[in-house]
Design a protein around this ligand. Structure first.
Ligand SMILES: [Zn+2]
Length: 437
């Protein structure tokens, strides 16, 4: 029996505001426990929430970036449940009238492009954090009422790889989580397939992924599903967004990945496939642009990034932001190749060293004596040796077998440890071999 995995994702993203969603408390990360709490976010009776305008602006940016239809009138709702880290006894979120709906995100998987529908994006506040110790629990309310959006996708995703591409394009910061999501999805596809094949039934439940063991574990079954009893938040009037506000936000949108991809193709002349890969991650696109600005050779940067760099990163299971090598250094390496200071072969060695140590390419070349030799007398010496040692081939070449030129170039390069300037070698070889002695 064949199965088709049908996957939808709900992604929570924090809106990067300085203060919380309904009060002036700071959203600073890693502050001492309960340093950022006030009567509003601690849920004291009689306090009233005031909506953070900056959070609305950020949510609108997400809405526009994902081509959503913005609801010019949206409503906040109370989602009721009891938990120690939720002091009000309810979470303020949006329910039947979210800030936007019906968007989409185009993802690239391999060479194929695919559209994933966005059902809705709604604004909500985060809960606090419970810390469980031996025999007692502590609550930290620093995160309580931190502004979030929840991005809900249509069930358009068909594999772990597509889910990974979707999350990367949404640019979720926690890099490790991508791989865990992919592994968890693959695990679930196998588990559910086997379950159905052995006559079982897949239950609707909440499962968690144990990254250490590489398995998913049931947390809550349907029988324990909460009845949240949503109702409109009486302390907040409906959120009205004017067309003018929407246009102001639109004008402030940064360049989106697809626009960047098209610009790299049009302005920098790199292949469409390369551009799609490079702009699939903001960090990678930034790395690329800085390197290009340092050497002015976009094609070469694209080749190094798409080839050696991504190959090594994949091998090490690392991402571009935890790499030692900086874009300035790649730019400098390409400048050295373009100036003929080092050959392409040597550059590969230098690149590997740069990748490993983050060292400057000029320092590596100097330290390891890898400078390309353009000095004709040294090259001529090597040529003489090669000619003396390969009389047969020399005769064949001189009788018209031009193809042997590659062989001679190779031999001379070998003599010189790959450091000879190939242009000079070619020219001198032609001269030497052309002359019948
Ligand atoms: Zn507060």
């Amino acid at each position: 029996m064949d199965f088709e995995p049908v996957i939808g994702l709900e992604v929570h993203a924090q809106l990067t505001t300085k203060s919380k969603l309904f009060c002036a408390c700071s959203t600073e990360f890693n502050a001492p426990a309960n340093a950022h709490v006030c009567p509003v976010c601690a849920g004291h009776p009689g306090t009233l929430p005031v909506l953070n305008a900056k959070a609305v602006e950020h949510a609108l940016k997400a809405a526009l970036a994902l081509d959503c239809k913005v609801n010019l009138r949206s409503v906040f709702a109370r989602k009721n449940y009891f938990y120690p880290d939720l002091p009000k006894g309810y979470q303020i979120t949006q329910f039947d009238l979210p800030i936007c709906q019906h968007g989409h995100l185009d993802i690239e998987v391999g060479t194929r492009s695919k559209r994933v529908g966005i059902t809705r994006i709604h604004m909500e506040e985060d809960a606090g954090k419970s810390v469980h110790a031996q025999g007692y629990s502590l609550v930290n309310l620093n995160r309580a009422a931190t502004p979030l959006i929840e991005i809900v996708s249509e069930p358009d995703i068909r594999s772990a790889e597509e889910a990974g591409a979707y999350l990367r394009k949404l640019r979720i910061k926690n890099v490790n989580s991508f791989r865990f999501v992919e592994k968890a999805i693959d695990y679930e596809i196998n588990r559910q397939t086997q379950l159905i094949q052995s006559g079982g039934q897949v239950l609707q439940e909440t499962r968690t992924y144990d990254s250490g063991k590489g398995v998913t574990i049931s947390m809550r079954g349907k029988e324990e599903a909460h009845d949240y009893r949503y109702f409109p938040e009486p302390d907040l009037i409906p959120l009205m967004i004017s067309q003018e506000t929407l246009e102001t936000v639109r004008s402030k949108l940064p360049e989106l990945p697809d626009q960047k991809r098209d610009r790299f193709i049009a302005e920098l002349g790199i292949p469409a496939y390369d551009s799609a890969v490079i702009t699939s991650s903001r960090k990678l696109a930034e790395f690329f642009e800085v390197a290009v600005s340092r050497c002015g050779n976009a094609k070469a940067v694209s080749n190094w990034v798409m080839g050696e760099m991504l190959r090594l990163l994949k091998l090490d299971e690392r991402e571009v932001d935890d790499m030692e090598m900086q874009p300035d250094e790649l730019g400098a390496l390409i400048r050295m190749i373009d100036a003929g200071t080092i050959s392409n072969t040597i550059a590969k060695t230098v690149f590997e060293e740069m990748y490993k140590t983050g060292q400057d390419p000029e320092a590596i070349v100097k330290e390891k004596g890898l400078m390309q030799i353009s000095d004709t007398s040294a090259i001529l010496q090597a040529i003489d040796k090669v000619i003396a040692g390969n009389a047969g081939q020399v005769a064949e070449y001189r009788s018209g077998k031009d193809k042997l030129m590659g062989f001679f170039v190779g031999q001379v390069m070998k003599q010189m440890g790959g450091k000879a300037n190939p242009g000079v070698v070619n020219e001198l070889l032609k001269r030497k071999l052309g002359a019948t002695s």
